[in-house]
Design a binder for this molecule. Structure first.
Ligand SMILES: [Ca+2]
Ligand SMILES: [Ca+2]
Ligand SMILES: [Ca+2]
Length: 228
């Protein structure tokens, strides 16, 4: 039961609507290679991706993909040094996006790479060294960011040198779920909340403070480990 002096309160409920990923070939399935094999691709020839050479694996070395059948070994083939692959997508400035990908070590748990989100002015929006791999066990990295420009790039760059290491699968980028606001629902005169579907960036008082906290919460790194 609501008390008469209960402060006006905004509740935020994240909807369960699944958004389509904005990344092209984020699961590395488009260039179909034979099961239980690997194949090196020269720069720019893998659907959706640009950068250095890429090496696709299809459930190779008895290690199943996190999603579908195929994934990449970031430390590819043909250049015995740094590898960097990237993809840009169209974004809406000010909107929140969720990012996720799976990663695993090939042979050593200290394999590592850099993941970056870069805006249209080539400034870093987000960067994280991924160095907590487990050999042949998928982990999932997740974060969220606010787009600063109308294009945003996602880039993976090796830190481990050589041609062995850093298996990656299932990069997804989705527009953050719409937010249901129960604005000023709990007042002295009303016990019937009014649902309003709004975006996370265009909400008037008094929900703004709560939304700012929500957006800040989105920016806090979230991570979970998943094995399969
Ligand atoms: Ca895949
Ligand atoms: Ca295949
Ligand atoms: Ca390789």
């Amino acid at each position: 039961m609501l008390k008469s002096k209960f402060f006006a309160l905004a509740l935020l409920l994240v909807s369960g609507v699944t958004q389509a990923s904005l990344i092209v070939n984020g699961s590395f399935e488009d260039n179909n290679i034979r099961a239980n094999s690997y194949k090196a691709f020269s720069a720019g020839t893998v659907s959706g991706w640009d950068g250095t050479n890429m090496e696709l694996w299809d459930n190779f070395k008895k290690f199943a993909a996190y999603d579908g059948d195929q994934y990449i070994e970031l430390n590819a083939h043909g250049v015995n040094g740094a590898y960097s692959i990237f993809q840009s997508i169209t974004t809406t400035q000010g909107d929140v996006y969720d990012v996720s990908f799976a990663y695993a070590a090939r042979s050593k748990n200290n394999e590592s790479f850099l993941f970056e989100v870069i805006d249209g002015s080539n400034d870093t929006v987000f960067s994280q060294i991924i160095d907590d791999h487990t050999v042949k066990t998928w982990s999932v990295f997740e974060t969220s960011f606010v787009a600063l420009s109308d294009t945003t790039e996602f880039r993976f760059t090796t830190i481990t040198s050589g041609t062995v290491g850093n298996l990656v699968d299932a990069l997804t980028v989705t527009s953050a779920p719409a937010v249901l606001t129960l604005a000023s629902a709990f007042t002295t005169t009303s016990t019937t909340p009014t649902l309003a579907l709004t975006s996370a960036v265009s909400v008037s008082e008094p929900t703004t403070g709560v939304l700012m906290a929500f957006v800040a919460g989105c920016l806090v790194l979230r991570r979970k480990v998943k094995s399969k």
